[in-house]
Design a protein around this ligand. Structure first.
Ligand SMILES: [Zn+2]
Length: 453
């Protein structure tokens, strides 16, 4: 029998200051260094601990009952407390255009066409700022600590978008940490625009990226992929930039092994992330395992985007989808490849839904990818794993870390996964965060918050 959301808990946390939180639960996978000595861990991998917060940071994490009451004490009664999570793959520049962009039909080809039309018609400075602000406001209200976004960086668009991104990153720097990746079709790296784009990315401290298909083409359509990857890696290496690519977002691809070999050729092991890799799951078992071994050798990190993959892949009008679109996550984890779960698109032609909620993305991933029975360290895929891949801070709880927390009305992992946790309480630097989801009405005409300020 669990309790309902107690107002006294909200009030107890609202006053801030140093706090001793007694009797909280947290998945061991989200605790830096694992469960503290003597802390009980249940069959779902969840530890019971007490946490001392001083000066906005976690000063101690111990087994229940071991900490002296040196600060005001709040008993959480066994509730789950999670760190704020990290979304390692989004598209803040594309988001929240449903209703104005042409209908995509829910297909990848339709989404590319609809997004191109929307970009050409609307993606000016103020429009980008407004929509990125909206997306970040959603993320903040859901307890997201940090985001890596891809930015469409076509010639004629790149300067505008990266300028708007830089303003947004500055405006949000104390609330959500931001990274950006230049996204263009791979053949753009073979043009005269390429060094200009690479310089733009370097000026903004971003990552080189791209999608392993030609402009207007489908995945698997690049005959000169190795030469294009060599150019991309050379431009990245000359500027000491990491790489994050959209790879094989289709039922058939084959680019992943080319990317892996390019990473080895250029000595870029450990510096390349690949998103999607959908077609990897459809290879014959022996070919799939050989490809995974090559990915491991090349030091690639892979990010799966389950909600968007399930939405776009295997969609044929009037026909029921036969596969889920996701990469072979279990096999990759088993092989020791760094993997993470991320959100991808939000309310745009590539995905009509989503709300920048990483806890929701993780809950969906558990169901879509069968991360349960047992859950094991699955929670790491939304916190420590994306932190490790991106270098962004957050995603786990440890002594010395900021007390950026989500207090959930859940006492077990199945309860965390069963409900959307819409009533979660957020603490930033140990203080209750009083933010609400932005209204969709705010997207219509209101100036962005930091424009008005
Ligand atoms: Zn993407």
């Amino acid at each position: 029998m669990t309790q309902t959301t107690p107002r006294p808990l909200t009030e107890a946390l609202a006053s801030g200051g140093d706090l001793l939180l007694r009797n909280l639960r947290c998945p061991e996978a989200l605790l830096m260094g694992g469960a503290p000595a003597g802390a009980p861990v249940d069959a779902s991998g969840t530890a019971s601990v007490d946490m001392l917060i001083k000066g906005g940071r976690i000063a101690a994490l111990e087994a229940p009952g071991r900490l002296e009451a040196s600060a005001r004490t709040v008993d959480l009664g066994g509730r789950h407390v999670w760190p704020m999570l990290i979304d390692a793959h989004t598209h803040l520049d594309k988001g929240h255009v449903l209703g104005r962009a042409p209908d995509s039909g829910g297909t990848h080809a339709g989404a590319r066409e609809a997004t191109t039309q929307d970009r050409i018609a609307h993606w000016r400075h103020d429009d980008l700022i407004r929509r990125m602000d909206f997306g970040l406001s959603c993320a903040e209200a859901h307890g997201v600590a940090a985001i890596r976004t891809h930015l469409d960086s076509h010639e004629g668009q790149g300067e505008t978008t990266w300028g708007a991104f830089a303003e947004t990153r500055e405006a949000w720097k104390d609330r959500i940490a931001l990274q950006a990746v230049a996204l263009v079709p791979l053949d753009a790296w073979g043009t005269e625009y390429a060094p200009h784009l690479a310089d733009l990315v370097a000026r903004h401290g971003g990552l080189i990226g791209g999608v392993t298909r030609a402009s207007g083409g489908t995945h698997g359509s690049l005959s000169d992929i190795d030469a294009l990857l060599d150019r991309l890696f050379t431009l990245a290496r000359e500027r000491d930039l990491d790489i994050d690519l959209h790879v094989d977002e289709a039922a058939e691809g084959g680019a992943l092994s080319h990317v892996a070999r390019a990473a080895i050729r250029h000595g870029y092991e450990g510096r390349v992330t690949c998103g999607h890799c959908c077609s990897l799951a459809r290879l014959p078992e022996d070919e799939m395992h050989a490809a995974i071994a090559l990915v491991k050798e090349a030091g690639l990190s892979l990010i799966t985007l389950p909600t968007v993959n399930m939405y776009l892949q295997d969609r044929v009008p009037g026909r029921t989808p036969r596969w889920r679109g996701v990469m072979p996550l279990h096999e990759l984890r088993e092989a020791g490849v760094p993997v993470a779960v991320a959100g991808d698109n939000c309310r745009d032609p590539f995905y009509a839904y989503g709300d920048h909620d990483m806890l929701d993305t993780w809950r969906e991933a558990v169901r879509i990818c069968h991360l349960d029975h047992p859950l094991g360290a699955a929670a790491a895929l939304a916190g420590p794993a994306p932190a490790g891949i991106t270098g962004l801070k957050g995603g786990s709880l440890g002594v010395g870390q900021p007390a950026d927390l989500m207090v959930l009305e859940a006492w077990s992992m199945d309860q965390v996964i069963a409900r959307p946790q819409s009533d979660r309480l957020l603490l930033r630097a140990g203080k209750l965060l009083d933010v609400a989801l932005p209204s969709y009405a705010a997207l219509e005409a209101a100036p962005a918050a930091h424009e008005a300020a």
